[in-house]
Design a protein around this ligand. Structure first.
Ligand SMILES: *Cc1c(COP(=O)(O)O)cnc(C)c1O
Length: 424
């Protein structure tokens, strides 16, 4: 749907993501002229001739190369289907510097499929902690058993990350999650990419990939591909879909050949997102930036007010960071602070539970990124698998409550938090 005469538009002004996502990557003629995509729920696709079927299988299995101008024929929906294609073509518009994307049936499936594509037995993967529990579980309890060594490093210790990258045996990938849950610890993506770029690579070996879980601030406020990362990964269950009503995952890259390598593994594992969910997520994309901006503004207003409250020991939020290095990373790397904050309450677990019990607008639930405000107690829920040492390192205390701020009016939310604090 590019303008009929591109010179009508002011020359050389590239379109911005919010415009591109509404005007590029969807061809209405392939959906009988419908202005918004149709849903194609079929599990299998009809070939015009047996020769076309043979050709489609030759191309999809890699026995033949697709020629210029030849469309890939659809075969079977575990491999590919029109709604995944539409979603992928649309979401690349939102991620700065992305040229290709893949849709998955959860964030965990996206991370798992990517790691299994690029890592081999005998290799190692350096990853920041704290990291999403499922990701840590997959690396520690699954990849380790398949001969891949996981090397956890504190996300705020750039020096330790640099030495782990330099010394890791057969480093295959570096996986960052920034900011990290629940205290919003940030890692300098550009610095990590520079450290990986500085590694001496033997002939015939490939450079380790830098993968960033961008769920918390992307695609609106943080742009890892522009900072040198190879893959950006999302739990689409969170801000991308935004209504807490579906599971999804996405992987994007600047170098489309990386995405081409992951796609056959997605076909094999069956981790593609189903057509209905692809259609739902596609419809949410034009409002991601609107929602995230409103959520971030709300969160900032509330977090900064609550930081003054006598019952709050401490509020974790990027604009309230005190560590100079964390402040520096936040300023350099993030356009806005985002919609997550954590509240350290005086009075430990009893106070945290009292607070959660008395909330009237915010709901006591895990997950994040939806338009409705959610609050949870990380120590007994999302992070309950941690050891005592990990609790201490990650700042997950008895009195910590994590909040994901939605799009309600911030004054109503603030009153709700204040009355719940008063009830402790
Ligand atoms: C939720 C989440 C995941 C896992 O995503 P699912 O869609 O639940 O599989 C991974 N990383 C982060 C940062 C998350 O918040």
């Amino acid at each position: 749907m590019s303008p009929s005469n591109p010179s009508d538009r002011r020359e050389s002004q590239p379109l911005r993501p919010t415009t591109k996502v509404l005007t590029q990557g969807f061809d209405p003629t392939l959906s009988v002229g419908s202005a918004r995509p149709a849903v194609f729920r079929s599990s299998t696709y009809v070939f015009p001739t047996p020769e076309a079927a043979e050709r489609a299988f030759d191309i999809s299995s890699g026995r033949a190369q697709i020629s210029e101008g030849e469309g890939t024929d659809l075969i079977y929906s575990r491999f590919n289907h029109p709604n995944a294609q539409i979603l992928q073509d649309q979401i690349v518009n939102l991620e700065a510097d992305a040229t290709a994307a893949l849709a998955f049936n959860s964030g965990t499936a996206a991370i798992m499929t990517s790691l299994l594509t690029f890592l081999r037995p005998g290799q190692s993967v350096v990853y920041t902690i704290p990291i999403y529990g499922g990701t840590q579980h997959f690396i520690q309890d699954h990849l380790e058993k398949w001969g891949i060594t996981g090397i956890p490093v504190f996300g705020w210790r750039g020096d330790l990350i640099a030495s782990a990258i330099a010394s890791a045996p057969n480093l295959g990938a570096v996986l960052l999650e920034t900011p990290a849950n629940p205290t919003l610890i940030m890692t300098d993506i550009r610095e990590v990419c520079a450290n990986v770029g500085a590694l001496k690579i033997a002939k015939g070996e490939t450079r380790p990939l830098v993968m960033v879980d961008n769920t918390m601030l992307g695609p609106a406020f943080q742009h890892p591909l522009s900072l040198g990362a190879d893959l950006v990964m999302y739990s689409g269950t969170k801000y991308l879909s935004g209504l807490s009503d579906m599971l999804a995952g996405v992987v994007l890259a600047k170098d489309a050949s990386l995405i081409k390598k992951i796609a056959p593994k997605r076909s094999l594992f069956g981790t593609i997102l189903q057509p209905d969910e692809c259609w739902m997520l596609t419809g949410r994309l034009p409002t991601v930036e609107l929602r995230m901006n409103r959520q971030s503004k709300n969160a900032q207003r509330i977090a900064e007010e609550l930081a003054e409250h006598p019952k709050a020991e401490r509020v974790y939020y990027p604009t309230l960071f005190s560590d100079p290095d964390q402040k520096r990373i936040y300023r350099a790397q993030c356009d806005h602070p985002g919609a997550m904050f954590s509240l350290e309450l005086k009075g430990g677990k009893a106070a945290a539970f009292d607070f959660l019990r008395h909330l009237q607008i915010a709901m006591n639930a895990v997950s994040l990124g939806g338009v409705e405000t959610l609050a949870c107690h990380p120590k007994t829920t999302t992070h309950s698998g941690f050891t005592e040492e990990e609790f201490a390192q990650a700042g997950v205390t008895d009195g910590l409550v994590r909040v994901s701020v939605g799009i309600e009016h911030w004054r109503d939310l603030l009153s709700d938090f204040e009355q719940a604090l008063d009830a402790i």
